[in-house]
Design a protein around this ligand. Structure first.
Ligand code: ZN
Length: 225
């Protein structure tokens, strides 16, 4: 797999529910991939053959997305600036869900209990474990690792992104071995933003807004000469 194919496959959906997003597809002279958050466009001649998108409506829509440059801008962002923004997010202890399965103490793991009413006795499914005899508990367990805190956002001019989105963007630039990207379309804060990454183009959808300023980290772009 070359770097372009690698980048395309990195932005496909994993859920069967959106089966058309599970593999890159061709429309005219470009190959695209999307996972619902990103839409990547790579010139067809850079990659192996991918099947043509058969859905006419989808085809038209995807082409239109990249043509919607109503307020054309041309600004440059260094990948190192994106990394600096991520580095401003505080580190916290990583914790993972630890699943613990114990026997049910109410029914002594049998799954049933006796109910008594006057002289009548009846066996019923244990209401605590619902007849399984087992109790499943999930608790958070700290690992040795530090990870960046959740819930932080990064703003790029007027568009706001979840920090995970910027991390994915950095990852794509690393796959493509590019150290700066160009912002080529940014209209309204709630509209898609288009980057040029070498010969590729990438669309990202921002989030609408963030309630608390303290979770927001700014990146400023510079006009490209
Ligand atoms: Zn039980």
């Amino acid at each position: 797999m070359n770097k372009f194919e690698h980048a395309l496959h990195n932005l496909t959906a994993i859920s069967e529910y959106k089966s058309w997003q599970m593999t890159p597809f061709t429309i005219e002279n470009n190959v695209y991939s999307t996972n619902g958050y990103f839409l990547l466009k790579v010139p067809k001649k850079k990659v192996i053959y991918y099947e043509e998108c058969e859905n006419k409506k989808r085809k038209r829509k995807i082409i239109e997305y990249f043509e919607l440059k109503t307020q054309k801008v041309y600004e440059e962002i260094k990948v190192s600036e994106l990394k600096d923004a991520i580095n401003k997010i505080p580190l916290v202890d990583e914790s993972v869900d630890h699943r613990e399965v114990n026997s049910c103490s109410k029914c002594e793991a049998s799954g049933w209990v006796e109910w008594e009413y006057e002289e009548y006795i009846k066996e019923m499914d244990c209401p605590v474990c619902e007849g399984t005899g087992k109790m499943v508990k999930t608790r958070k367990e700290k690992t040795e690792n530090k990870v960046i805190a959740e819930g932080y956002y990064i703003s790029l001019n007027k568009s706001i992104f979840r920090s995970e989105i910027i991390e994915t963007l950095i990852n794509i630039t690393e796959i493509l071995k590019i150290n700066h990207i160009d912002l080529i379309s940014q209209t309204l804060p709630n509209k898609e933003i288009i980057f040029k990454i070498g010969v590729c183009e990438l669309i990202i959808m921002p989030v609408i807004g963030v309630d608390e300023e303290k979770y927001l980290i700014d990146i400023k772009t510079k006009e490209k000469k």
